[in-house]
Write a protein that binds this ligand. Sequence first.
Ligand code: ARG
Length: 486
Amino acid sequence: MKKIEKLYLLLTILVGLLVVSCGEKDEGKRLIMVTEATFPPYEFYRGADIVGIDADIVREVARRNGLQPVIEDMSFDSVITAVQSGKADVAASGITVTEDRRRQIDFTRSYARAQQVIIVPTGSGVTGADGLANVRLGVQHGTTGDLYVTQHIGEPERFSNGALAVAALAAGKLDAVVLDSAPAREHVSGNPSLRILDEALTSEEYAMAISKQRPDLLEMFNRTLAAMEADDTLARITETYMNPEGAEKKVKSDSGLRTRLADAWYTNFVKDDRWKYLLNGFLVTIEISLAAVALGVILGFLVAVVRSTHDQTGRFRLLNILCHAYLTVIRGTPVVVQLLIIYFVIFGSVDVSKVLVAIVAFGVNSGAYVAEIIRSGIMSVDRGQMEAGRSLGLSYGCTMRSVILPQAFKNVLPALGNEFIVLLKETSVCGYIALQDLTKGGDIIRSQTYDAFLPLMAVALIYLMLVVCLSWLLKKLELRLKKNER
Ligand code: ARG
């Protein structure tokens, strides 16, 4: 096969990957619920599924109305935005009804009561709310616990979920955590070194959030919730999760390091098939990275050719301005912000797969860097070669294609390789739009086992292995190209 054919083949495969990843839509009218799923008993992972009181209630509402429920996990401070922007139909996430929130969205009738409680290490000197001033306090970012502490006590340390705050408390990094009562009880029941103080800080009601633009949907929810309350379905669902038979009691082990490590290995990876979070996350990371590299190379290549052609011949004035704007905007803003803008604003009201959103975001981002890398490659080729090609009677395009670009590509291969490595690792922010990539997979395990060490080490090791393989492949490619030179 000729080199060019191979290149086309590779591109076709990559573009195919891109298309496949976008086509995963199913039939039937869907009811999309968003939540932050480290909030047992309201929402948490059991294997790959999100279960819990909120999840079951919404599944039942969907069932009674002939809809197909879809549950998505994202950061708590995004669930209301997701409903507002039309990304999701309903946010069910143990959301407390507050006046401020009511200004943004509509609440359904409430379905549960809760309190903000204080968790401390057993034997702590903190015995009530008045002991909270000047201690290290942890909360989940954007929750009513966060609000309460910020307004009445002082700046807390904000964690992306309650489980992480509790883990930090258990590790001695905090003196107290303020959290909703039910999840607090769940977290503490697995941890004999922690306890909940009797005195609660607030008393609240949970309801689900629906966009103000969807009065019909709100009506449907209220009607169904009322019916579910009347026929005791709500009480039954709550009951199932509030009295979990065999709630995991962690036994404090005084056993040796070997057995403790083996235990930790078992709870973090083997138990409940938790390794699957890593495997699935790994596959998502690979899929996004490969397709984004392909998109980035195509975009970057086009932009580089436009820019250098403009520099050398003055053609493509308008296109050059556009490319310049693209480079400025993309390189001037952080990739997480771009990802969120593409997800919530650009694709705000269309229902596209999140994998596609991530591929577009990372591909468009990477394209800007690839463009400059390739442009520098083009500039590194001696100007005389263009003149030589032209004086042999080749057109500008032909000289570019067959003389300049192949050399440019060879020169920038190390820099391109570097860009791919950066891109691969940058995809770790996918969790912001609730994609379960490798990093998020480790986070989910961490939120279930309260163990930071093993999940983080495993995630780091997998990235490291990926990068080592990638570097090896790139090195082989470089050697190949060098051989062809002679
Ligand atoms: N009830 C609190 C609030 O509305 C915390 C809810 C957190 N929910 C969750 N799924 N993480 O702010």
